[in-house]
Design a protein around this ligand. Structure first.
Ligand SMILES: [Zn+2]
Length: 348
């Protein structure tokens, strides 16, 4: 079969679309005919190489996928050939103290398909049954591929980890990105007043269409100052930051006393400077979050399948143009999700 792959870590030039062995499903696995996949920032990080991540090469990237079941292993009970499915990429052990308490996303051996193991940007993929969710008829393949990773991430961040409540104020950074555009919709649906930052008027307009009440162009103003102005100096209850880097200190300055900052990533840099006095003086809570528990995935996807939440598709490209997809993410071109489909399924 054909797959996106790279034989070494590096810049976009290491990405290839070529021949890769067809996967054979194990007893607990499902063989899927991949219809669409979606890009995440994770794919860019994994391509470049992450500290402590020792991948078997060549590596096939990809942590979001939708497709049709071709074949199931002997112990698979939830799916049969012909079923429509999507990938929920979090893998847990089921045995550690956190799994025993149902906190699968905190598993000591937590892994993400496509990051720690072979991904799904290929014509076929063999996926553990536990990592597939059913996709209803009528949901487009591109939609089903674009939502799982970012919507589960944003859902757990806001609803579980930050415990966002109706009537609270929340600031979503990078509202036009994958996690950001999911977070704006989820926060608005939860009854919060949503502040959102983005870099262009077009992106801000889009954030308003998703449900943002107050939009801030962070290239023109200090967003922390803008937030304080719009809240009579109080600050917001919750900040959702997936950028860190230069935004980190401003995120802390945007919070009210006792406010919560929830973070799931650091596309702007992993080691921002922190004025610790802001944290203790203002009694802030810094909350980490990654991926989600299976029940949380089910909860948020049911609201995608019924149309409450909608992913924005930035572009649909054939997998042979994967380097271009990486460029769109790295250069922050456009907004929403970049979808990659196998060349054999691509119809322009
Ligand atoms: Zn575990």
């Amino acid at each position: 079969m054909q797959a996106v792959l790279y034989r070494e870590h590096g810049d976009r030039s290491v990405i290839d679309y070529g021949e890769y062995p067809d996967p054979a499903p194990g007893d607990d696995e499902v063989l899927v005919d991949v219809k669409a996949t979606a890009m995440n920032h994770l794919d860019v990080w994994t391509r470049g190489g992450l500290p402590g991540l020792d991948l078997e090469l060549p590596h096939v990237p990809g942590s979001d996928m939708s497709g049709e079941v071709l074949e199931v292993g002997d112990r698979v009970t939830r799916f049969e050939p012909g079923d429509r499915v999507a990938l929920a990429a979090g893998v847990w052990c089921g045995e550690c103290e956190f799994c025993r308490h149902g906190e699968y996303a905190m598993c000591v051996d937590f892994e993400i398909i496509g990051e720690h193991s072979q991904g799904v940007q290929s014509e076929h993929a063999a996926i553990p049954e536990a990592n597939l969710v059913p996709v209803p008829e009528g949901v487009a393949w591109e939609t089903a591929a674009a939502v799982p990773l970012v919507f589960q991430t944003a859902w757990r961040m806001l609803i579980n980890r930050a415990e966002l409540r109706e009537g609270e104020t929340v600031l979503v950074l990078g509202a036009s990105g994958g996690v950001g555009h999911a977070a704006v919709q989820i926060a608005a649906n939860a009854g919060a007043e949503v502040f959102a930052t983005a870099s262009t008027e077009e992106k801000l307009q889009y954030a308003r269409e998703l449900g943002a009440d107050v939009t801030i162009d962070y290239t023109e103003v200090d967003f922390a100052e803008a937030v304080r102005e719009r809240t009579d100096g109080r600050g917001v209850d919750v900040v959702l930051d997936h950028i860190a880097g230069e935004t980190w200190d401003k995120s802390l300055r945007s919070l009210r006393k006792g406010g919560r900052l929830v973070t799931c990533g650091a596309t702007g840099g992993f080691r921002p400077e922190t004025h610790v006095n802001r944290i203790f003086g203002n009694q802030l809570r810094i909350i980490g979050s990654t991926m989600a528990n299976p029940g949380e995935v089910d909860d948020v996807l049911s609201l995608v399948w019924d149309g409450t939440f909608q992913p924005r598709i930035r572009a649909v490209l054939p997998m042979s143009e994967a380097p271009r997809a990486h460029e769109m993410l790295e250069e922050r071109e456009g907004f929403g999700k970049v979808v990659l489909v196998p060349d054999s399924e691509y119809d322009g």
